[in-house]
Design a protein around this ligand. Structure first.
Ligand SMILES: Nc1ncnc2c1ncn2[C@@H]1O[C@H](COP(=O)(O)OP(=O)(O)OP(=O)(O)O)[C@@H](O)[C@H]1O
Ligand SMILES: O=C(O)c1ccc[n+]([C@@H]2O[C@H](COP(=O)([O-])O)[C@@H](O)[C@H]2O)c1
Length: 196
């Protein structure tokens, strides 16, 4: 069976953390599908189109170049269940689908749209995130909802999109993404200061 990793991200903007996750997944799965999506629990200051473009730039930054990572715009949905249904239609029944989430998300996952249906249709890979220890009680809740959970044996760098948006932390951002943000003046950090 072909193993496909499904990795959705707000990508607002995509960071070195996302890049590390993609690289790690590409070494372990036959195929890695990534997309930018809106999160029903968040506001997104940047358009989905810009976020998809930045993700594409990030994929191209992975060294050496990976042939098994694709940007799958059609998988974008605020609801992961809809994403997984689209993926199933696309790849059929003869593939294993693994949904990838960071450990910061597992406490809120029980509130996701039709979570039991979602957990029936995918395996879950939890990527440890610095500052978000994986608690047994959260794993147990997911298992009771039908989740089959595995935990990745690596921790990506401790960066976040918020650190870039709020503090302009460029250590979080790959150079081509930073250049794109600058060119398109996407975040307050890069918008010209109005003259008086
Ligand atoms: N540095 C990281 N370590 C582990 N997991 C991460 C990391 N960055 C992102 N993720 C995971 O990748 C997915 C997409 O994350 P997202 O795009 O929300 O990034 P973020 O940095 O958390 O953004 P924001 O700061 O805007 O909330 C989530 O499952 C998240 O947990
Ligand atoms: O299905 C849901 O209800 C749901 C709720 C919150 C987040 N998600 C998805 O989880 C993925 C990661 O979200 P984020 O904002 O942490 O990048 C992204 O693909 C979101 O669409 C999905």
């Amino acid at each position: 069976m072909t193993d496909i990793a499904l990795f959705g991200t707000s990508a607002d903007p995509p960071t070195e953390g996302h890049k590390a996750i993609l690289k790690w997944l590409s070494n372990r799965y036959d195929w890695v599908a990534v997309w930018a999506s809106n999160n029903p629990f968040k506001a997104h200051p940047t358009s989905l189109d810009h976020r998809m473009t930045m993700l594409q730039l990030l994929i191209l930054e992975i060294d050496p170049v990976r042939e098994n990572i694709s940007l799958n715009r059609e998988l974008s949905s605020p609801r992961s269940l809809e994403t997984v249904q689209t993926a199933r239609e696309q790849w059929g029944d003869e593939v294993n689908l693994t949904l990838v989430v960071g450990s910061d998300l597992i406490a809120q996952m029980p509130k996701w749209y039709r979570i039991q249906d979602l957990l029936q249709q995918v395996q879950l890979l939890i990527v440890p995130r610095s500052g978000y220890p994986i608690k047994e009680e959260h794993l147990e809740t997911l298992r009771q909802l039908g989740g089959q959970c595995a935990i990745a044996d690596f921790t990506p760098p401790p960066v976040s999109s918020t650190a870039y948006r709020d503090r302009g932390d460029i250590s979080a951002i790959a150079k081509p993404v930073e250049d794109y943000i600058h060119r398109e003046q996407l975040y307050a950090w890069h918008k010209p200061v109005p003259t008086q």
